[in-house]
Each structure stands twice: as C-alpha cells, then as structure tokens.
Design a protein around this ligand. Structure first.
Ligand SMILES: Cc1cc2nc3c(=O)[nH]c(=O)nc-3n(C[C@H](O)[C@H](O)[C@H](O)COP(=O)(O)OP(=O)(O)OC[C@H]3O[C@@H](n4cnc5c(N)ncnc54)[C@H](O)[C@@H]3O)c2cc1C
Length: 232
C-alpha cells in the first residue's frame, strides 16, 4: 500500500480517518507530501513500558517511506523498532484571534503518519536513509565529509511506510458567533512564517571554506521554499 494520488483525494484507513473537523482533512498524496516537504521537525510517538513517549526529531522521506535517525542507544527509536509508531509534522501558520477566547484558533498544516517502524541494518540502505534525512533539512550531504563506518555504527536508522497518513489544514478567519460579529472586539489572524537568516560561519573555521550554495540559497527563504532533492 502506498499514498494515494490526489485524483481521488486519497483513502484513509479506519484509524487515520479524521473524525473531528472533517472538512479540514486531506488524504491525497500531494497534500501529504507538501506538508512533509515543508517541515523540518517531526514529533515521534511510541509506547514504552513506562507509558507513551513523544519526542521531536528530524526526518526524511522518499515519497513512499519516512526515515528517522538517532544515536545507537536512542531510547525512543530503540523502543519503536519493530513496533507501531506515530509521527506528526506540524506547521503553525497563524494565530486566529476571535471575538471570544472560545473561538480562538490556529491556522495550521499537519500530517499524522501511523505504522510499524523497522531498523535499517545494511550499510547502503543506512547511507541512503541518512542522506534523505540530511538533505530533507538542508540539501548539503554532497558538500560535506561523508559519514565514516564508525559514524554509521553509532547511528540507529528506522524506516516506516507512508501508507497510512492523514493531513489536516486550517486556513482563514476566526469563526465567531453571529451575534458577536457586530460587537466592539477586534478579530483577525496573526500570520507566522519560518524564514532563514543569512548563515553565520563558525568561530573555529580556519580553512577559509565558503558556505556551499545549499546554505547560501536559504537566506531570505521560508522553510516552505527551501530547495529539496526529493519532490513528488
Ligand atoms: C497547531 C495545532 C494546534 C491545535 N490545537 C488544538 C487544541 O488546542 N485543541 C484541540 O482539541 N485540537 C487542536 N488541534 C487539532 C487536533 O490536532 C485534533 O485534530 C483535534 O483535537 C481532534 O482530535 P480527535 O482525537 O478528536 O481526532 P480524530 O478526528 O478522532 O482523529 C482521527 C484520526 O484523524 C487524524 N488526525 C487527527 N488530527 C489530525 C491532525 N491535526 N493532523 C493530521 N491528522 C489528524 C489522525 O490520523 C487520527 O488518528 C490542533 C492542531 C494543530 C495542528
């Protein structure tokens, strides 16, 4: 099973079908990948013996599978290996300020992916996954020293299918009670954008190396606009 095209709007599984705020749900491949492309941080949830655990992490994907990495001793990833995990990517696009706090909201794009995570052990698969995670954040894998065998041994990599995913998107104004509309209170949206500043060279850089194009290209761009090697 893989993500459905947008032609049919996608088809959620029973457990990824949005029940609250149904008009905001999206299940199509392009909708889900666009949100994954724009994001840099995922919140990864697992069930541990001492309760649920959710931690923020970087991620990458190739359109079919999602990749996570961490230290070989990473508790969350070790717990997730061979088990069901839940990965959430969220963009906060605006604060929605209503005429009463009851109707305050947020404009957002979010994706929830559920599925079984599996450890990648073979070296080629691990390198490919790590390149996807690296380049998903900033596409600079090819302009820095590649990981050594030792780096690879110290890194745990998990993959999970993107097959079971849902997206939810809120845009627009607050939705106030009709009787409050003519009231004396302000209502509207405060937009939020994540934008890159110019890169700052490390204080200990003595080689004279210039930042690669992948870095200089970020300045002034939003997270949504950053160049990425993998696009649907
Ligand atoms: C930035 C942000 C802030 C939010 N703040 C609140 C808040 O304060 N209170 C609140 O009640 N809700 C909030 N939401 C919405 C929240 O994520 C849930 O969608 C909502 O609470 C309904 O929960 P539920 O368990 O009834 O979902 P259900 O509709 O029962 O969920 C069923 C399935 O739908 C999918 N789904 C549900 N929510 C999402 C989602 N956000 N993105 C992608 N797939 C989803 C999942 O696959 C889930 O298993 C916020 C969302 C975002 C992105």
């Amino acid at each position: 099973m893989s993500l459905n095209s947008n032609d049919d709007g996608g088809a959620p599984s029973a457990r990824t079908r949005v029940r609250r705020g149904v008009p905001r749900a999206r299940y199509g491949r392009e909708d889900i990948l666009a949100i994954l492309h724009a994001g840099m941080i995922a919140h990864v949830g697992v069930t541990t013996p001492d309760g649920p655990l959710v931690l923020p992490m970087a991620y990458g994907h190739d359109g079919e599978r999602l990749y996570l990495h961490g230290a070989a001793a990473n508790h969350l990833l070790g717990t997730g290996d061979g088990h069901e995990v839940c990965v959430t990517v969220t963009h906060l696009d605006g604060l929605v300020m209503a005429r009463t706090p009851f109707h305050n909201s947020m404009n957002y794009r979010s994706v929830v992916v559920r599925g079984r995570a599996t450890r990648i052990d073979d070296e080629a698969g691990k390198r490919r996954a790590l390149k996807l995670v690296t380049d998903h954040v900033v596409a600079n894998w090819d302009s820095v020293r590649p990981p050594s065998q030792s780096d690879l041994r110290k890194t745990l990599v998990l993959e999970m299918p993107l097959a079971e995913a849902s997206a939810k998107v809120r845009t627009g104004d607050p939705i106030d009670e009709p009787e409050d509309i003519a009231g004396p209170w302000w209502a509207g949206v405060v937009p939020i954008t994540t934008r890159f500043d110019s890169a700052i060279t490390s204080a200990d850089l003595t080689s004279g190396a210039e930042p690669p194009d992948s870095i200089t290209a970020l300045a002034g761009r939003t997270a949504d606009e950053r160049p990425q090697p993998y696009r649907a």
